[in-house]
Structures are given as structure tokens and as C-alpha cells.
Design a protein around this ligand. Structure first.
Ligand code: TRP
Length: 451
């Protein structure tokens, strides 16, 4: 792959490709439920602060690492310091953990698209529909296999370009539709309270767990701490302004997440008065809330179908990019053919995703550390592995290769405006904060110390 490494054409091409991979279920499904659960405005504030500090520094650092070395994660770390090759491996493990459960949720989205296409949206608007669906013994498995099968076919036949072209049209439509739904919800009685909850920070709800949740979400949503941005950087041309590209990707990604929250959280207040259980329901929030919104709308069935179709595309482009990453890592390491690697990855992901998919139905009651499989994989990648990789990456940049070596890479075309911020975050702020947050959350999970 390396010998014919192509480049993105110009800055727009780079920003669109990186944002296309970054925008997905993380923005639309995960961000709103975390914001709802962790206190609304305070979560949003912590997230924004982390985005302009940690997110900014790490994304600049990863893209610069990739562009400097022209290699993906494992190769990039190895080239600069052999002792840190393991960080490349750790980072590469993240997509392998994420993809199986990502595809389970992709399957849920596909099911909801089918419901709205078949005109059964009314049934989905009931409180128990979603729980009933995921606790069925086999049905979720069918949708999961359909979603991952479609992803594998696209990767196997190398038609990603086609899908990407379609998704470039879909994404702006998704943004416009989200704005329309958000405005529609805002005009419903009771929505104002929800908007205030989402926007106004309540500092009494601040805790280390909020910061950890926001940090994990930031990495997940911006595809950081998993080697992806290093790979993207390796395809970035030297004459593209790295710093402003990072700024644009961040604005894009955060903007979409913010809009998704603005569409879902006030709706929770409209339909359930914003009580704690409704706000804290986690992974089911989008699937339970939005059908109620569509149900109350004239022509809601069509809007619902269009919405889930657009979300499905966003999910599909992300899952394609995740699978593509895994396939290319294994293909390069083991020198298997592309076809063989695709098939093996498909089987591996299907097997790994199986417990996540069945975890609320046939395997209900089987828990790891008290969590259903899906939540366990989500926890391991977002709250453990990604912060660890981010920490090691900061140590690597801050003390081994030194920030100056990457500043030179960023400064190719224009001065690095926020280089002081970049140095301070990678050397001091991020490593210290990540360690503190990790320790306190591990203690919290173990129940040793109540925060
Ligand atoms: N950032 C994606 C989202 O918000 C999810 C994701 C995580 C991803 N890792 C990735 C996408 C790797 C593409 C490649 O949904």
C-alpha cells in the first residue's frame, strides 16, 4: 500500500475525507445520550473545552506524525522510536474493538429505517418498542449481520469511492434535516426547559466521571487515539495547511454532534418531562425519542424514513472506514491477499459482535463487570484504551520526539498559531489530566472511592 500512497487533493479534499470518516453514530447516537445523562450543559461545556485543547493538540499531533513519516500508526511510531511501536499496536486494537459493536448499532439503525419504510413508525413511538426489539433472541442478530455484511461487500469489492460520493451529498442533507427537526422540536410545548438543560451548565453536576465520559466521547467522535488520523495525515499533501484543516474538522464534527443533541434532548423534555430515568437511558435514547417526534409530525413517516436513511449512510461510511483500517493493518502484517483478509475480518467481526448483539436478548443476564457486552466493549475502548493511547501519544510527542519536531511539520505552509497551546497540552496538561481521570474512574468502577 505504501508504495502507491496517493494524496488528497487540496485542503477541502482532506477536510471532507477526514470529517466524512469522523461523522457517524458517535455524533448522532452517542453524543446526545451522554450529554443527556451527564448533566446537559455541563457535559457540553466540558466537551467544548476538551475539544479546543486535547482534541486540537492530539489531532494536530496525529496528523503531523502521519504526514511527517508518510506511514500509518504502527509504522509511524516504529520509524520515530522503535520502543514506541507498541503504541501503534495498541492504537490499532481500538478499531478492532469498536467495529463489532458499531455494526450492532448500525443494525439497529437499519431496522428503524425498515420500520419507517414499512409505515410502522407508530408502533416504534411507544416507550417499550426499542427494549422489546433488542431483547428479541434472533432479530437484532439478523440486522447486525446485514449491516456488517453490507460493509464487508463494499470493502471487498472496493466500491468505497461510490459510497463516499453518495455520502458527500447525504451529509449536508442530514445537517439540514437535523436543523429542521431541532426547530420543530423547539416549538413544541416543554421544549424550552430541555434547551436550557442542554445549554446552561449546572456546575453542581460536574465530576471526574463527566470529564472521562466527555474525553472518551471526544476521541471516539473525532476518531482520535486509534491511529486513524495518523493514516489520514500520511495521505495529506505537504502544502495543505494542517492547523486550519484540524480546526475545520473539529468545527464540523462538533457542530453535528451539537445539533443532534439539540434535536434529541429537548424532545426528551417534551415527551417525558425530562425526568431522570428518561435522561439517563443511555444507548436507547435516540431510538426511543425520535419516533415520538416523527409520530407527532405531519408526514412524519417519510421524515423518519429519510432521517434513518441518512444516519445509516453516516454509520456505513464510518464502518467502512473502520473495516478498511483493520483490513489494511492485517494485510500488511500478514501479507494475506485482500480478499482473504476481508473474509477473515468479516468472520472475526461477526463472531465478536455476536455477544454484543445478543446481549440484551438471548444472552441477557450475562454481564462482564456488571455491564452487558455492548457496553463493556464501549467502555474498554472509550474509557480505557483510548485515554491510554492518547496519554502515550502525548508522552511520545512531548518527551521523545519533542513537540518542536512536529511543529516544523505543521509549519510547512503557515505559522503554527497555537503552538504554545499544542506544547502545553501534549507535555503537561493532557498527560496529567488523563492519569488523574483514569485513576479516579477506575477507583469509581471498583467502588473503592465514590466521586
Ligand atoms: N468517529 C466515528 C463516529 O463518530 C466512529 C469511529 C470511531 C470511526 N473510530 C473510527 C470512524 C474509525 C471511522 C474510522 O461515529
Amino acid at each position: 500500500m505504501d508504495e502507491k500512497r496517493g494524496s488528497f487533493t487540496g485542503k477541502i479534499g482532506f477536510v471532507l475525507a477526514a470529517a466524512g470518516s469522523a461523522v457517524g453514530l458517535g455524533n448522532i447516537w452517542r453524543f446526545p445520550y451522554l450529554a443527556a445523562k451527564y448533566g446537559g450543559g455541563i457535559f457540553l461545556l466540558v466537551y467544548l473545552v476538551l475539544a479546543v485543547t486535547f482534541g486540537f493538540a492530539l489531532m494536530c499531533g496525529e496528523i503531523a506524525l502521519g504526514r511527517k513519516t508518510g506511514l500509518s500508526a504502527i509504522g509511524a511510531f516504529r520509524k520515530l522510536d522503535r520502543r514506541f511501536t507498541f503504541v501503534g499496536y495498541l492504537a490499532s486494537a481500538v478499531p478492532m474493538i469498536i467495529l463489532p459493536y458499531y455494526a450492532v448499532i448500525g443494525g439497529w439503525v437499519t431496522k428503524y429505517l425498515a420500520i419507517f419504510c414499512l409505515g410502522e413508525g407508530t408502533a416504534a413511538a411507544s416507550d417499550t418498542y426499542f427494549t422489546h426489539f433488542i431483547s428479541k433472541p434472533v432479530e437484532p442478530l439478523f440486522w447486525f449481520l446485514l449491516f456488517i455484511g453490507a460493509t464487508a461487500l463494499i470493502v471487498l469489492f472496493g466500491v468505497e469511492k461510490g459510497v463516499e460520493k453518495v455520502s458527500k451529498v447525504m451529509m449536508p442533507v442530514l445537517v439540514v434535516l437535523t436543523v429542521i427537526i431541532a426547530v420543530y422540536v423547539a416549538l413544541m410545548p416543554g421544549a424550552l426547559e430541555g434547551i436550557v438543560y442542554y445549554i446552561k451548565p449546572d456546575f453542581s453536576k460536574f465530576s471526574a466521571v463527566t470529564v472521562l465520559a466527555a474525553m472518551g466521547q471526544l476521541f471516539y467522535s473525532m476518531s482520535l487515539a486509534m491511529g486513524i488520523m495518523i493514516t489520514y495525515g500520511s495521505y495529506m499533501k505537504k502544502d495543505v495547511n494542517l492547523e486550519s484543516s484540524v480546526k475545520q474538522i473539529e468545527i464540523f464534527d462538533t457542530g453535528i454532534a451539537f445539533l443532534a443533541g439539540l434535536m434529541i434532548i429537548p424532545a426528551v423534555f417534551v415527551f417525558s418531562g425530562g425526568d431522570e430515568t428518561a435522561l439517563g437511558q443511555g444507548r436507547s435514547l435516540m431510538f426511543v425519542t425520535l419516533p415520538k417526534v416523527f409520530e407527532s409530525m405531519k408526514g412524519g413517516a417519510a421524515v423518519g424514513a429519510l432521517f434513518f436513511l441518512l444516519v445509516l449512510f453516516a454509520a456505513l461510511t464510518s464502518s467502512i472506514s473502520l473495516m478498511e483500517t483493520i483490513v489494511s493493518i492485517l494485510k500488511d502484517k500478514l501479507s494475506w491477499s485482500r480478499k482473504k483478509t476481508c473474509l477473515i475480518v468479516l468472520v472475526g467481526v461477526a463472531l465478536l459482535g455476536l455477544p454484543s448483539s445478543l446481549g440484551f436478548g438471548a444472552l441477557n443476564g450475562v454481564k462482564i463487570f456488571g455491564l452487558p457486552f455492548l457496553d463493556f466493549f464501549d467502555f474498554i475502548s472509550n474509557s480505557v484504551l483510548m485515554p491510554v493511547v492518547a496519554f502515550l501519544t502525548c508522552i511520545f510527542i512531548g518527551y521523545i520526539i519533542k513537540p518542536e519536531s512536529l511543529i516544523a511539520e505543521v509549519e510547512g505552509v503557515a505559522p503554527f498559531k497555537r503552538k504554545k497551546l499544542f506544547c502545553a497540552v501534549t507535555r503537561y496538561i493532557a498527560p496529567v489530566c488523563i492519569v488523574l481521570i483514569l485513576i479516579s474512574s477506575v477507583l469509581d468502577v471498583l467502588g473503592v472511592f465514590q466521586i
